[in-house]
Ligand binder design. Structure first.
Ligand SMILES: NC(=O)c1ccc[n+]([C@@H]2O[C@H](COP(=O)([O-])OP(=O)(O)OC[C@H]3O[C@@H](n4cnc5c(N)ncnc54)[C@H](OP(=O)(O)O)[C@@H]3O)[C@@H](O)[C@H]2O)c1
Length: 217
């Protein structure tokens, strides 16, 4: 297959939430999970998030040398159809290369580590993931870690593009019917579209649990 091997990595609460009710970042992972996540990032060619995660969390998406000796920084990818990534956001800092995926030309001036890649959109107006994955594969990205948020995760799952998914479940409850969950966006339209997973393994990690799922395609 001419597309990268894809995993999703995400942390959620016992009630399936991945952020505060306001959408602001919530630290769910324990120290052991942080270490696992940074080691995974270090192994992958690229890490990917949606623009709304950049706007709400301002993540760096790099590997910290506190967790990995001599880190090898993955390429950072932002799905950002309308080129909203602020020029001062941490995801476009000098620490690693960043690809911003848009569907049109972008006049913003980023530093030399940042490349704007144009990609067609799908019928929902989102970046067409199948087309994007071909572009990334042809650029040598053979492994991709999708980190969120909810809309991006659902779209990767709905389109059956994911190989494995790692979900850390922290023993806490946030509540709130509009609080972001693991998979929001436009859910399935009918039961035939149900996204089926199998559990490969479960692990106790600090106070929580890590579940390794594989996608049934
Ligand atoms: N706990 C965790 O592990 C974790 C990790 C990451 C994020 N989060 C949380 O997730 C929340 C953000 O999630 P979100 O669902 O609001 O936003 P998101 O998934 O980060 O970004 C969604 C946006 O990305 C753009 N996009 C472009 N192509 C897309 C495609 N093919 N599929 C999906 N999106 C595409 C769209 O905006 P445009 O149309 O403008 O391009 C879309 O609205 C935040 O609250 C954050 O804290 C939690």
């Amino acid at each position: 297959m001419n597309q990268p091997h894809i995993i999703i990595n995400c942390a959620m609460t016992a009630d399936g939430k991945i952020a505060q009710p306001s959408g602001k970042q919530l630290r769910i992972s324990c120290e052991e999970d942080m270490e696992r996540m940074y080691k995974l990032r270090n192994k992958y060619d690229a890490v990917l998030v949606g623009i709304d995660t950049v706007l709400s969390d301002d993540p760096k998406l790099t590997v910290k040398d506190k967790y990995v000796e001599n880190p090898r920084q993955p390429i950072r990818i932002v799905l950002d159809t309308h080129c909203k990534t602020p020029t001062n956001s941490l995801v476009v800092n000098q620490a690693a290369k960043t690809l911003i995926i848009t569907d049109k030309e972008c006049n913003k001036k980023y530093n030399d580590n940042v490349e704007i890649i144009q990609c067609e959109t799908d019928k929902e107006g989102y970046i067409d993931l199948n087309k994007l994955l071909k572009i990334l594969f042809n650029r040598g990205i053979k492994t991709l870690m999708v980190e969120g948020g909810s809309t991006v995760i659902l779209n990767f799952l709905k389109q059956k593009l994911v190989d494995d998914m790692y979900v850390y479940i922290g023993p806490m409850i946030v509540g709130g019917k509009d609080t972001p969950t693991l998979a929001d966006g436009n859910g399935i339209k009918n039961i035939g579209e149900l996204i089926n997973l199998e559990i490969v393994d479960t692990y106790r990690l600090g106070p929580g649990i890590l579940i390794h799922y594989r996608m049934i395609k």
